[in-house]
Ligand binder design. Structure first.
Ligand code: GLY
Ligand code: MN
Ligand code: MN
Length: 428
């Protein structure tokens, strides 16, 4: 792996937290993701299942993790892909049992080919079986995962067990980050900062959006990132008003602002940043006014992200901050605000149509338990924006915030955001 070795204690702690929440006399089974096919004989780069990685640290295909709870004792068994000389020649080294033990902190390691032979012994006499599934509220699962295939098989072969969703326990745990995870997210943010610094040196009228993307990627890869944590958005002028623009194929023009939403992934942990720079090095008066409005909303929103608050309430409060700015910019009227006060789509949604914050971690839109309020140790983005297609202008600003008991920490605090500083850095 490109990232530095992570402490196995992180994964042991994660398993132990999950195990504490399991009911007695139960077994939980987690599978790795599949290697996904491209066309002909090609495969996509491997992306590990975040839940399996969180609980084991194993970044390899054909992995199965079993956690058992009986009479308050924990039993952990890991199954990994058995390698051979042919695999070694074509794909290189796969994990040995000893390496898997060192990474995960699990003592009992078997080959994956033994999983279904050993399962009867492991599952026998257990009452509950926790199975893994993607329960992200916006997930659109059309491809059957290994977990889903296994679910069909195990429910058919062991029909007398009670089946439960591991996500119901795990998502709340994953949302509160351990110290080691915060360090990994901070490393990803620091690499993202290097990408921003490269843009300061490269941005000029005539450069293509994809050229900026290539400069950023270069910086990411030479700093041990696995790449972008998500498809980057490099959107100049009116493209910035397309929220999921990622064709990145237009030329950046003199007088336009370029919106750049990108983040490095390090050790499977994401970072997520947005900055907007004037292509010619100077914001126009109007561009700066809109930029400052978004910046004020961001500063206000960061103060609202506190332990105990629910995201739904928080979004309403941020909406009120945004409405004031939109009135001052002459984009909406107080009359329109009042008319749509309790409407599901209030007046500000015309220029600010997305949410302000999402959890961040192993996934860029990380999982959480929405029944629980925010608490210290959670990491969320803060990303207000104003999009004005009729002016060919879209501004979004986004930083990653660690919620603290008394005070939050902005993990991107040292990435320039004040418009005067940005102009200065673009003109050195
Ligand atoms: N880049 C994805 C997001 O900001 O949510
Ligand atoms: Mn985001
Ligand atoms: Mn983003």
């Amino acid at each position: 792996m490109r990232y530095k070795t992570m402490p196995s204690e992180l994964f042991s702690k994660n398993r132990s937290q999950f195990w504490k929440n399991m009911t007695d006399n139960s077994i939980a089974i987690f599978h790795s993701n599949d290697l996904m096919p491209k066309n002909a004989d090609q495969l996509m780069p491997f992306v590990q299942n975040s839940d399996l990685f969180y609980l084991s640290g194993i970044d390899q295909e054909e992995t199965v993790l079993v956690i058992i709870k009986t009479r308050q004792a924990i039993e952990e068994v890991l199954f990994i892909r058995e390698t051979n000389d042919l695999i070694k020649v074509w794909e290189g080294n796969k994990l040995t049992k000893e390496q898997a033990k060192q990474i995960s902190g699990i003592k009992k390691i078997y080959w994956e080919s033994d999983f279904k032979k050993l399962l009867p012994k492991l599952i026998k006499n257990k009452k509950h079986v926790y199975l893994n599934s993607n329960e992200h509220p916006r997930a659109n699962v059309v491809v059957e995962s290994r977990d889903a295939r296994f679910k069909k098989w195990v429910e058919k072969n062991y029909p007398n067990h009670i089946y439960k969703k591991s996500a119901n326990l795990l998502y709340g745990i994953r949302a509160v980050k351990q110290k080691e995870e915060i360090d990994l997210i901070q490393t990803a943010c620091n690499i993202t900062k290097k990408g921003v610094e490269r843009v300061f040196n490269k941005l000029q009228p005539g450069i293509y959006e994809y050229e900026l993307g290539a400069e950023i990627l270069h910086e990411f890869l030479i700093n041990r990132a696995s790449g972008f944590a998500y498809d980057p958005i490099i959107a100049s002028g009116e493209n910035a008003c397309v929220l999921h623009y990622c064709t990145n194929n237009k030329q950046c023009k003199d007088g336009d602002v370029v919106l750049m939403d990108f983040g490095a992934e390090y050790g499977n942990y994401a970072s997520d940043l947005t900055r907007c720079f004037p292509v010619n090095g100077r914001f126009s008066k109007r561009q700066k006014a809109v930029y400052n409005s978004v910046l004020r909303v961001m500063k206000g929103a960061k103060k609202l992200l506190k332990p105990g608050c629910f995201l739904q309430e928080y979004e309403k409060s941020v909406g009120a901050l945004m409405e004031k700015e939109l009135v001052d910019l002459g984009l909406i009227s107080v009359k329109e605000i009042n008319k749509l006060k309790n409407h599901p789509s209030p007046a500000y949604k015309k220029y600010y149509m997305h949410g302000t914050s999402h959890h961040l971690g192993l996934d860029v839109h990380d999982v959480s338990n929405p029944q629980l309020p925010l608490s210290s140790g959670m990491v969320l983005t803060c990303e207000p924006g104003i999009y004005i297609p009729e002016e060919g202008l879209g501004i979004r600003l986004e930083n990653d915030i660690l919620i603290g008991e008394d005070k939050n920490i902005d993990l991107m605090e040292d990435i320039p955001i004040e418009p005067d500083e940005i102009e200065l850095l673009l003109n050195i």
